[in-house]
Design a protein around this ligand. Sequence first.
Ligand SMILES: C[S@@+](CC[C@H](N)C(=O)[O-])C[C@H]1O[C@@H](n2cnc3c(N)ncnc32)[C@H](O)[C@@H]1O
Length: 232
Amino acid sequence: MRPDFWHQRWQRGEIGWHSDAINRHLTQYWTALTPRPDGRVLVPLCGKSLDMLWLAGRGHRVVGVELSRLAVEQFFRENELDARCTDLSPLPFSRCAVDEVEVLCGDFFDLSPELLIAGDAGGIDVVYDRAALIALPPPMRPRYAGHLAELLRATGTSGVAAESLLISLDYDQTQMTGPPFAVTDDEVHALFDAAFEVECIGSFDALSEHPRFAKRGLDALRENIYRLRLRT
Ligand SMILES: C[S@@+](CC[C@H](N)C(=O)[O-])C[C@H]1O[C@@H](n2cnc3c(N)ncnc32)[C@H](O)[C@@H]1O
């Protein structure tokens, strides 16, 4: 998916993935991870997800990364958060932040460890991936997994094994074109096994929760929850 695809989706308001509720798998499975109480959470491809506010409400510092300026503006405006935004040029990013929540507006693949920890922000303890991996077409996924591991290795907190909560979808890819794309269990292992210990900690029949995908032709849909732990 090229950046233009996502910019157009935001311009047209075609953001069917966005939810006005906190993700139920996040609230259920967060305790399966072991972040420090004030640990920092990276939310790649964050959109305007309210899950970031839930994480901040748990005491975490949150850093989202999002391509669309519109999404970032809507996130802060709709939640009545008076964010301060700074243009970070010549880096291809701007940063909007308020209290414990910041969003870096730019391309995740351009994100460097130095930018992530700039200003003594500290290392990343946990990644929260809901609809990020599955937003990417197959050729981009190895790059995504590799970049994530590299960022975590470079910004990790000593003595803390960085973790990730990954919420993924699997379905028959011949029945519907992505995004969201189907990512099989085998692919999750192929993508992450080299750098992470990978464990599937939940798996759900999800079609009834997502009727729009039934309308697009799916006759089965599974939502799989993974805990990834960075290998030391
Ligand atoms: C399917 S949406 C999911 C958003 C969010 N995770 C959620 O659960 O609501 C994918 C988001 O990733 C953003 N995006 C796509 N490619 C990106 C990239 N390379 N870097 C940063 N954001 C990206 C899109 O603009 C879009 O908001």
